[in-house]
Every structure is written in C-alpha cells, then in structure tokens.
Design a protein around this ligand. Structure first.
Ligand code: GSH
Length: 223
C-alpha cells in the first residue's frame, strides 16, 4: 500500500491526483506547514532527510522528488496508462515536460514567491530599498524569463490538447502544480488562455476532485 506524505497546500496534491486517475489504493499522512515560516514540520525529516513533500512509501521503499515519484507510480502501478508508447514523439514530449516542470518552471515560480514576499514582508524601515532591489530583479530577469516560459507552455497547448499529445498523461499531472502556481503568482490568467483552459479542464476532472477531498483544503501562496 502506498502512503503519500502530504504537506498541505503543496506539490504533493498532484501525487494524490495521479493515484486517483489510476484508481490505485493509497493512504494519506497529512502535515501542516509552520504558520510563520510556511516550512514543513520536522516530522517529515523522519521519512526523508530533506523533509520536503511529496514523499511516498511503498512496501518499505521511500521515494522522494515529485518527478521520480510520478515515474515510479506510473511504472509500478500504471499498467501502461498515462504514458505514451516508448520511442514515440509523444514520449519525448512527455519526458521533456516531466523534467521541465521542476527543472525550468518551478524555480521561476519559487523566485517570484520569494521576491513578492521580500516586497511585502521586509521591515518597514528598509522596505523601500527591498522593493527597489526586488523590482530590479523582476524587471531585468524574472518577468522576461517567466513570460518566455509561459508563452512556450501556452504554445505547446496550441499544438495538442495535452502537453504530450491528445491524451492526458502523467506529464500533465506533473505540470499542473507549476501552472497552478503561475495562476496565483503571475498574470497567467489574463495573458495565457490555453494555460487557463488547461487548469479549468483538470479542475473539472472527477479524479482531481476526489484528490482534493482526500488531501484537504488546497490553496497556493501568491504573495
Ligand atoms: N523538487 C522537489 C521540491 C520539493 C519541495 O520543495 N516541496 C515543498 C512543498 S511545495 C516543501 O516541502 N516545502 C516545505 C519546506 O521546504 O519546508 C519536488 O518536486 O518534490
């Protein structure tokens, strides 16, 4: 039996969604973030040294890192579902998006969150300086890089219904979190209609809704 170590409002929500899409039985151990720092509680370090979520355990195995977890679940419990055939052009796109989600898109989303926080949470005396520095970083690097990345993602959804072709795959599950983060941290909702439509479509899926019921309230931090 798979146990998902699920941190509230986090990347592990997509692991629950994947398991629901596949109809695999699982248990959820839920963790709450520290209300001040938003960090995971120390108990998660007992499961994996980094203490991050998601982590799953399955028959004595511990698997961390969402891409590795999703690949593991698809390989061991998927029965060939949610993954394009090996050697197909769709499989290459699948692999690209499976890695790009955490390797390319999420670093931009995390940096955006951090710089938003710097602007709002710096002590008031130095807030104008903090805002000036943050504004400069956003203007020179963060916004252009984010815009280019969102444009690329949006264009890919113009080529096919889902990221790796006409069928939903686990790459879409992996990409769901960066797109949900972009929706609350950037102007994605107004500027990138295909990404918004992707979110509307996944949020309407019965498996996605069941995953929300299992995982509890889910709201991502924007500012
Ligand atoms: N690249 C890792 C990132 C893991 C990660 O940073 N998880 C966040 C949740 S969204 C976390 O555990 N944050 C709490 C903390 O760092 O204490 C993955 O995809 O699994």
């Amino acid at each position: 039996m798979i146990t998902v170590h699920h941190l509230e409002n986090s990347r592990s929500q997509r692991v629950l969604w994947l398991l629901e899409e596949l109809g695999v039985d699982y248990e959820v151990t839920r963790y709450e973030r520290d209300p001040g720092s938003s960090l995971a509680p120390p108990e998660l370090k007992k499961v994996h040294p980094l203490g991050k979520s998601p982590v799953i355990t399955d028959d004595g195995l511990v698997v961390a890192e969402s891409g590795a977890i999703i690949e593991y679940i698809v390989e061991t419990h998927g029965g060939g579902r949610l993954i394009p055939p090996a050697g197909s052009p769709e499989r290459l796109r699948y692999s690209y998006w499976m890695h790009a989600a955490e390797g390319t898109v999420m670093p931009l989303m995390v940096m955006t969150l951090i710089f938003n926080r710097v602007e709002t949470a710096a002590p008031w005396l130095i807030r104008p300086i903090a805002r000036a520095i943050s504004g400069q970083v956003k203007k020179a690097y963060l916004r252009p890089a984010t815009d280019a990345t969102l444009r690329h993602m949006d264009a890919e959804l113009g080529r096919s219904t889902w990221f790796a072709g006409e069928d939903l795959t686990a790459a879409d599950v992996q990409m769901s979190f960066p797109i949900e983060a972009a929706a609350v941290r950037t102007d994605m909702r107004s500027g990138y209609p295909r990404l918004q439509s992707f979110l509307d479509r996944i949020h309407a899926r019965p498996a996605y809704r069941r995953a929300l019921e299992r995982g509890g309230p889910y709201q991502l931090m924007g500012m």
